[in-house]
Write a new protein. Structure first.
Length: 455
């Protein structure tokens, strides 16, 4: 019995010892796990603070330079070329008003003299007819008076005939005299009726002669061909002493005061420039494309592709292309650049010549937007430094991209710490060692304000 009691006591003691050992082991393991967690290395993460800042919409298009005006000069009169300017050479620059070609004017000078002589004749004829009209009017007044007197004289003689104071032959003589007076009166009256028509015919001839003179003067002016603008000669088609007919090609010239670039850019990129157009008010009816561009206030910077990358020319968006390119799905904006020749620096800044391929950077006025670096977005998700420096992954809705930046519509707010370094792997809730990247924050602000070029 004593042996059984000892075995029970021993078993109980063993159970108690085993329990203490298990408890001690669990406690030690828990402390080891805590120490291991504290020793676990934290992920280094650079971040910027998300802010709503002024953002200028930007987009890039490409296109070739072309002159604003191309003049195909044709002869407006025929004749022999008696003068060609030494400046009329392919590729030469000419100033506005320079005489380039003269056509023999002798035939047109003779025609002008003839027209002027005809005008003088018609003026003299009209003056004569006006004088004749005045004289005839006076004679007609006298003729009417003579006829009236003749009637009275005939009546007296008819009374005397009844009294048998005179003979019948005397009455008949008076009647014949009256008929002559009537005939003279009628002739003068008919002349007065036809003179105004003759004067109108002469006045029409005067107008025709004046038009002939004007035409011959114009023809004389057209024998001298000058340049209507400062330009460059692209092609010459005539030679000295050559006889040319009306409509013959003389030369082709382009203006150098302004060039235009038909810049094409993807429709999705053009959308960035139109952001905020719904808030612009237009007065009356459907606005024209020129009104839309004026209200948008787009700034344009033109650069040559492949050369002189540090040089740009300021431009102005003047109108939109007539249609969308169905193949490339692009829209064109025509940009004008003024006086590129006057800003030439040899070896550093060339003029913009026809056919040069250019890059056009369009910049819209600043509007308040929340922007972050484009590289901070991972499959429409953004890494955020959350509470206790733990990683929080947030989905975002992107309004649009502007070069290296992305405009965020929803998902993050001002003050969020947006991680800009790659985290591999990125596990939601992982411990971070965050540091603010102030240099990147400044770069984002500069890019948003178009102070630096974007890729």
């Amino acid at each position: 019995m004593t042996s059984h009691w000892l075995r029970k006591k021993t078993s109980l003691l063993l159970v108690i010892i085993i329990g203490f050992l298990i408890a001690f082991f669990i406690t030690q393991k828990d402390q080891t796990l805590k120490r291991d967690e504290r020793r676990k290395p934290q992920k280094l993460a650079e971040y910027i603070v998300a802010k709503t800042i002024p953002v200028k919409g930007k987009a890039i298009g490409y296109g070739e330079v072309s002159p604003e005006i191309t003049l195909d000069a044709n002869a407006q009169v025929e004749g022999k070329i008696i003068f060609i300017s030494p400046e009329l050479k392919k590729g030469a620059s000419v100033s506005k008003g320079t005489v380039l070609i003269k056509i023999d004017p002798s035939d047109y000078q003779l025609s002008l003299a003839k027209a002027e002589a005809n005008l003088a004749i018609y003026h003299a004829e009209r003056d004569k007819l006006i004088t004749d009209k005045k004289n005839t009017q006076s004679l007609f007044t006298i003729a009417k008076q003579n006829y009236t007197l003749g009637l009275k004289a005939l009546e007296r003689k008819r009374k005397l005939l009844k009294q048998k104071s005179i003979s019948q032959s005397q009455v008949e003589e008076e009647e014949q005299s009256l008929l002559k007076l009537l005939e003279n009166k009628q002739t003068l009256e008919n002349t007065l009726k036809t003179l105004p028509a003759q004067i109108k015919v002469t006045e029409a001839q005067i107008i025709q002669a004046q038009q002939d003179i004007e035409q011959q003067q114009n023809n004389l002016t057209r024998t001298v061909i000058t340049t209507p603008f400062d330009g460059r000669i692209s092609q010459v088609y005539v030679e000295q002493d050559q006889f040319i007919s009306r409509g013959s090609k003389l030369f082709t010239a382009t203006n150098i005061g302004r060039v235009e670039i038909n810049a094409e850019l993807p429709i999705t990129h053009a959308r960035v420039l139109l952001t905020g157009i719904d808030k612009i008010k237009f007065s009356g009816g459907i606005p024209s494309t020129q009104d839309v561009l004026k209200k948008l206030g787009l700034e344009a910077k033109v650069r040559l592709v492949g050369a002189f990358k540090d040089v740009h020319w300021p431009g102005k968006a003047v109108r939109l292309g007539e249609s969308i390119n169905q193949t490339s799905r692009t829209i064109s904006i025509i940009v004008g650049v003024d006086d590129s020749y006057q800003k030439v620096i040899p070896g550093k800044r060339p003029p913009l010549l026809k056919g040069m391929y250019t890059e056009v950077e369009f910049i819209a006025p600043a509007r308040e937007r929340l922007v972050i670096p484009r590289t901070a977005i991972h499959q429409n998700k953004v890494y955020i430094v959350g509470e206790n420096n733990r990683l929080t992954i947030k989905p975002v809705i992107i309004a649009y991209h502007i070069g290296e930046l992305s405009v965020i519509e929803q998902g993050i707010v001002d003050g969020d710490k947006v991680i800009t370094t790659d985290l591999i792997p990125a596990v939601d809730g992982m411990v971070l060692q965050p540091t603010v990247n102030t240099m990147l924050e400044k770069k984002v602000a500069a890019l948003a304000n178009a102070e630096t070029a974007f890729k």
